[in-house]
Design a protein around this ligand. Structure first.
Ligand code: SAM
Length: 264
C-alpha cells in the first residue's frame, strides 16, 4: 500500500516551483483533511447562495462535469439540487475525500481520476456544463497547459454547453490595489490565507490553521483579460465575467471573478 503524504515539499527554493505537475504534491493529505475540517460547507453555501445553480438552470444544463471536484463541495450541492454530476480531479487524495464526503451525505459520487490536460483520455461522455471552481485553473503554470486544458474542457461539452470557471482577482494583487480578503472561499476566520510572494508568474499563498500548521500553494496569477482572451481563442463564442457573483462591479473590488464561457 502506498503511504499517503502528510507534508508538503517545495525544495530549497520554493519560489522556483512554477510547475503544473506540482499540484499533486501540494494537496497532501494533511492539507486536504485540514481544509475540509475548517471550511464549513454550510457557511460556503450561504456565501455563494444559489448563484451557480441558477446559472446552470438558466442555460438549461442538466448534466455537469465538475473537473476540480476537490473535496466535493460543488459536486454534492449540485447533486442535491437535482443535477446529474460527474466529479473529476487529478489528485487521488482529493477524490477520495470527495467520495467520503458524498457517502456521509448519502450519495455515491461518480468519480474520474483525470488530469485536465488529458481529460478526454478518461472522460468519454458529453456534458451540458463543465465547472472548474474554487480558484483551480490557477494551478496551471504554462500558457500551453492552459490552452490544452481549455481545449479539453471545450471538447467534452455539447454543442451548446457552457464552462464556468472562477479565479481569484489577481489583477488587484499584481497592481497592488487591494489586500486580498477571503470571505467566499475560507468562510470566516478559521484559515488565514495571505500572499507570501507575488510576481507576474507566481502567486505563493500561505495558509495558516488554528493549530498553527502552515501549508502553501504556488499558483499562477491569472489576469482577468488574459483568461477571457484564452477562452475566446479556444473557440468559446461569448464570455461573461461576474465579480463576486455580480454582473456589475468595480475592477479592483471583487475577491473572485467567475467566467461563463458559452460554446454556441
Ligand atoms: N473545487 C474545489 C473547491 O472549490 O473546494 C477544489 C479547489 S482546489 C483549490 C483545486 C483542485 O484542482 C484540487 O483538487 C486539485 O487537485 C485540482 N487540480 C489542480 N490542477 C489540476 C490538473 N492539472 N488536473 C486535474 N485537477 C487539478
Amino acid at each position: 500500500m502506498t503511504q499517503e503524504k502528510k507534508t508538503q515539499d517545495f525544495g530549497n527554493d520554493p519560489l522556483k516551483v512554477r510547475d503544473t505537475d506540482h499540484y499533486k504534491d501540494e494537496y497532501v493529505s494533511g492539507f486536504v483533511d485540514k481544509w475540509d475540517e475548517l471550511i464549513d460547507w454550510d457557511g460556503r453555501a450561504n456565501s455563494e447562495g444559489d448563484f451557480f445553480i441558477k446559472l446552470l438552470k438558466e442555460h438549461g444544463a442538466k448534466k455537469v462535469l465538475d473537473v476540480a471536484a476537490g473535496t466535493g463541495f460543488h459536486s454534492v450541492r449540485l447533486l442535491e439540487s437535482g443535477f446529474e454530476v460527474t466529479s473529476a480531479d487529478g489528485s487521488p487524495e482529493m477524490l477520495a475525500k470527495a467520495f467520503e464526503n458524498g457517502r456521509k451525505r448519502g450519495h455515491i459520487l461518480r468519480t474520474v481520476h483525470a488530469d485536465w490536460r488529458f481529460l478526454n483520455k478518461s472522460v468519454h461522455d458529453l456534458y451540458d456544463a463543465v465547472i472548474c471552481l474554487g480558484n483551480s485553473f490557477t494551478h496551471l503554470h504554462s500558457d500551453n497547459d492552459r490552452r490544452k486544458t481549455l481545449a479539453e474542457f471545450y471538447a467534452t461539452l455539447r454543442h451548446d454547453g457552457i464552462l464556468i470557471l472562477d479565479q481569484r482577482n489577481y489583477d488587484a494583487l499584481l497592481d497592488h490595489q487591494v489586500q486580498p480578503t477571503h470571505n467566499y472561499y475560507y468562510c470566516g476566520d478559521n484559515v488565514k490565507a495571505s500572499p507570501e510572494h507575488i510576481d507576474e508568474s507566481l502567486a505563493r499563498f500561505r495558509y495558516e490553521f488554528p493549530d498553527k500548521s502552515v501549508y502553501h500553494l504556488n499558483m499562477f496569477p491569472l489576469r482577468k483579460e488574459y483568461v477571457r482572451k484564452l477562452m475566446r481563442d479556444i473557440g468559446f463564442q461569448k464570455v461573461t465575467t461576474y465579480g463576486d457573483f455580480k454582473e456589475t462591479y468595480r475592477e479592483a473590488e471583487p475577491d473572485f471573478f467567475i467566467h461563463v464561457a458559452e460554446k454556441r
